[in-house]
Design a protein around this ligand. Structure first.
Ligand code: HSE
Length: 438
């Protein structure tokens, strides 16, 4: 038996995927039954790193999505269009789909999964989050019996690379970004990574799987790393923390008569040095899952790159092929999908507003060096129920005194009210930075 694969895109991940499919030796025997049948590319004349016969390559992507011979369409184009339309077209033509496209899935999951469920086909996305790290399948299957309480992830390699270098070299964001771009660790347009959009797409997908409902991407709070300064990294270090861009999805504790709410958010965070995520450095990703009864479990590995991401893509292809191989009965009129692999969420999860978040904060203030300034800050915080864990004044920035504060757990809404009062104080020049603490 062989399964015909229609590959859309032959970039980094597409090439890695073709390489695995064309060299089945030493892999699962089922890989031998996967045939690279057609590959859709934008430019036929471009030199390729993988040996494919000319007849396989085409620029007609739609012909692949609609070809009656193709069993599984693998979408590795990236971007929203034509990826979304081709996925929908493939589904409409009864093809199973494997995609690494977190941007499409996080925005159009409802449309795509409704269409897939109606047609009785699978849409698989292991490669969309964490590259080669198995996290989608564990959430769907191995951890499926758990009540998930929280997912906390470092899911963007570019920002983790930049923050790690800022930490190790004591330099500012802009200096590292320029170098990371030169070295190919950051895109020429790094916005999606450094502003937290990429991580927001990924945590929306993980939250949906972990908490069994759809997520509106526009409700996911995201803040990038562009405002994190070398000074913050140095203060964090002294206080026993490292700064990481965390993507968090967490069940809020609610009263029994209130509907369940989630926090789903991305922001730079002070992570205690002893936390397992603190030691995840460079381009590596990690996803820390807390559930009942599993407790804590962390998934760690390469979150991008040809080989690791292709490993995730082909694992999805294998899953579909194994189901097709064992489906001996014809599909009934209403298709039945494997309940652990299909996505059948119908409702939207309720996302709590950020003001309701209860967390510790780190804030760095620049003030005049007058007597009583720290007292004024303390009073303003006290007026809004903000309790302080530590206050440090270590030096000056120019003529201004630099005061760093870490709070105890506080409702974000209260903290922001206190900041508004502090901003109005005559002695306060500015709030140089504001970060949440894990
Ligand atoms: N831009 C992503 C990152 C690549 O830096 O992690 C994988 O999604």
């Amino acid at each position: 038996m062989s399964f015909k694969i229609g590959l859309l895109g032959l970039g980094t991940v597409g090439t890695g995927t073709a390489e695995i499919l064309l060299s089945p030796d030493g892999r699962h025997p089922l890989v031998q039954e996967l045939e690279v049948y057609r590959v859709g590319v934008r430019d036929l004349s471009k030199p390729r790193d993988v040996q494919l016969s000319k007849e396989i390559l085409t620029t007609d992507l739609e012909a692949i999505a609609t070809d009656p011979e193709v069993d599984i369409v693998v979408e590795l184009l990236g971007g929203l269009e034509p990826a979304r339309s081709l996925i929908l077209k493939a589904i409409a033509h009864g093809k199973h789909v494997v995609t690494a496209n977190k941007a499409v899935i996080s925005r159009f999951a409802e449309e795509i999964y409704d269409a897939a469920n109606e047609k009785g086909v699978y849409v698989m996305l292991e490669a969309a989050v964490g590259g080669g790290i198995p996290i989608i399948q564990p959430l769907k299957q191995t951890l499926g019996v758990n009540r998930i309480q929280a997912i906390t992830g470092i899911v963007n390699g570019t920002t983790n690379y930049i923050l790690t270098r800022m930490q190790n070299e004591g330099v500012d964001f802009a200096d590292v970004l320029a170098d990371a771009q030169k070295l190919g660790y950051a895109e020429a347009d790094p916005t999606a990574d450094v502003e937290g959009f990429d991580a927001a797409d990924k945590i929306a997908i993980l939250a949906s799987l972990a908490f069994g409902g759809r997520i509106k991407l526009e409700e996911v709070y995201h803040e990038g790393i562009t405002k994190v300064g070398a000074a913050d990294i140095a203060y964090a270090e002294k206080l026993g923390f490292v700064i990481k861009l965390l993507a968090v999805a967490k069940q809020m504790s609610v009263k029994s008569n209130e509907p369940e709410q989630l926090q789903v958010r991305v922001h730079p965070t002070l992570v205690p040095k002893q936390h397992p995520l603190a030691s995840v450095s460079g381009v590596y990703n990690a996803i820390f899952v807390e559930g009942d009864p599993i407790g804590q479990v962390m998934f760690y590995g390469r979150g991008a790159g040809a080989g690791p991401t292709a490993s995730a893509v082909v694992s999805d292809i294998l899953n579909i092929a194994s189901i097709l191989k064992t489906s001996v009965l014809p599909q009934p009129p209403t298709p039945i999908l494997h309940p652990l692999l299909a996505c059948t969420h119908q409702h939207y999860c309720q996302i709590a507003p950020m003001e309701e978040l209860v967390t510790r904060f780190y804030a760095r203030f620049l003030t005049n060096d007058n007597p009583g300034v720290i007292g004024h800050l303390g009073t303003a915080f006290g007026n809004h129920g903000v309790s302080l864990e530590s206050v440090v004044q270590t030096g000056f920035r120019g003529d201004l005194a630099e005061i760093v504060v870490v709070t105890h757990d506080v409702r974000e809404g209260n903290f922001r009210q206190a900041l508004a009062e502090i901003r109005a104080l005559e002695a306060v020049d500015s709030i140089a930075s504001l970060l949440r603490v894990l």
